[in-house]
Design a protein around this ligand. Structure first.
Ligand code: PLP
Length: 425
């Protein structure tokens, strides 16, 4: 099949390896978008497995080359799907799990519990008990109540390895809703409070103080805040482990220019060389930048309404992508068999939900959109599956892995019966 690159780099936001067939149809993981839609329906979240695996290796090899005593753990929250976690496990990564649900899927994915890192600013007794029972490698202590719970739950004669989460006081340039390292953050402890809790943990028979954790936020498009977060952690003392979090931004729009993984790791390990003990282990926890670009969502155009604004309404929306409504993330979109919209109509792509805020892309050029067209939105691999919901009786959408021209369903679409499944009365 003849494959051409459309003008203007339109393909560049789609997963690496995407291409265009001779008739103009988008191919994801070597599979035609129209064939994927015919087999799995729309909307569908299509993941290019090879692109995801390549990114995992880029992170793991990049960190190992710069800091041999190191580990990459995938922040499961970015795509908490068993099949995605399994890919990360197969690529040799650990998993960051935020809560009991992600522990369950991580174990189902075959993760060694010793490679899991448990997070949460409000971990309940049940989650601490799960961590202890399954032998989870590291519990990241966020507050003194975590310590109380661990002391009450970890059985006598055992000690849980922990990190303490520190607020570095770094305000990165990103949306306030995804900022976590600023003074006043709800996550972690300011350095003085962290120092006090560390002293308590060091005296506790049920906890073993392994090190410190820091995370400045998400969708950060500059390496400087990451480097700046290292010194405040180093000031708290020398430990065997430093988990420097995730947060590297992904490329969502043609204008976005996130640092490369190499640039990010250079900045991080450069700061580590300056401030941290040379023998320490470094962990990084990428989520968004690991998976965002590996996927695209396919929708069917349901209606086109022309007026002061041309609205192109599709069969999904904020039920499968809350990133726009939650923190104003800008996406791009294209008609799957007419990617090149040079001179096309400027439209607003909206969803089917009863909210004016249910906008997928505002002001995007599309080539003569019409009912029945397939619409492709790239870079939907991070936090879209995560925050999928049943608003307006939405059936959460399937996840399809596409590789080398073959596609397979890894999460099915919810059914109408699924919507009734929890009803008791
Ligand atoms: C503790 C922690 N680590 C890692 C991440 C992953 O961040 P990102 O998806 O931006 O890489 C998050 C997400 O906010 C987080 O809270």
């Amino acid at each position: 099949m003849a494959v051409t690159e459309p003008s203007g780099g339109l393909l560049s936001l789609f997963p690496p390896g995407s291409s265009v067939a001779a008739d103009g149809m988008l191919l994801l993981g070597g599979c035609r978008a129209d064939a994927l839609a015919a087999e799995f329906g729309t909307p569908a979240l299509v993941v290019c497995e090879a692109a995801m695996r390549a990114r995992a290796r880029e992170y793991a090899d990049g960190l190992a080359a710069r800091w041999p005593r190191s580990r990459v753990v995938f922040a499961s929250k970015a795509f908490p799907c068993t099949a995605v976690q399994r890919v990360m496990v197969e690529e040799g990564l650990g998993l960051d799990v935020a809560g009991g649900g992600e522990i369950v899927t991580a174990l189902a994915a075959g993760a060694d519990p010793a490679t899991l890192v448990l997070h949460g600013n409000a971990k309940g007794d049940e989650e601490i008990a799960m961590a202890s029972e399954h032998g989870i490698g590291l519990v990241v202590v966020d507050n003194a109540d975590d310590v109380d719970r661990l002391e009450a739950i970890v059985p006598a004669g055992r000690a849980q390895d922990v990190l303490v989460r520190v607020i570095p006081g770094v305000t990165a340039e990103t949306h306030a809703h995804v900022l976590t390292g600023h003074a006043g953050s709800k996550f972690g402890l300011a350095p003085a409070a962290a120092a006090e809790l560390i002293r308590r943990i060091e005296r506790s028979p049920r906890l073993r103080m392994q090190g410190l954790h820091v995370h400045v936020g998400s969708q950060i498009l500059d390496v400087e805040p990451f480097a700046q977060s290292v010194a405040p952690v180093a000031a708290l003392g020398e430990f065997p482990v430093y988990d420097l979090g995730g947060g590297l931004g992904a490329r969502y729009t043609y204008a976005d220019e996130p640092p490369s993984v190499g640039e990010y790791l250079d900045a991080l390990t450069g700061a580590a060389r300056e401030h941290l003990p040379a023998a320490a282990e470094i962990i990084v926890e990428p989520g968004r930048s690991m998976v965002a670009s590996a996927a695209a969502t396919l929708y069917r155009v349901v209606t086109v309404k022309r007026g002061a604004v041309t609205f192109v309404a599709v069969d999904g929306g904020m039920g499968d992508n809350l990133e726009v409504a939650l923190f104003g993330q800008r996406f791009e979109a294209a008609i799957a068999d007419r990617l090149d919209a040079t001179g096309g109509e400027i439209v607003t792509v909206v969803g089917r939900h009863c909210e004016s805020g249910d906008v997928l892309v505002e002001g995007v050029p599309l080539d003569a959109p019409r009912v029945g067209d397939l619409l492709a939105v790239p870079a939907t691999g991070a936090y879209c599956f995560t925050m999928a919901n049943n608003y307006n009786g939405n059936r959460r959408i399937p996840v399809v892995f596409a590789t080398d021209g073959a596609a397979r369903l890894v999460v099915r679409r919810e059914t109408w019966n699924d919507l009734l499944a929890r009803d008791i009365d």
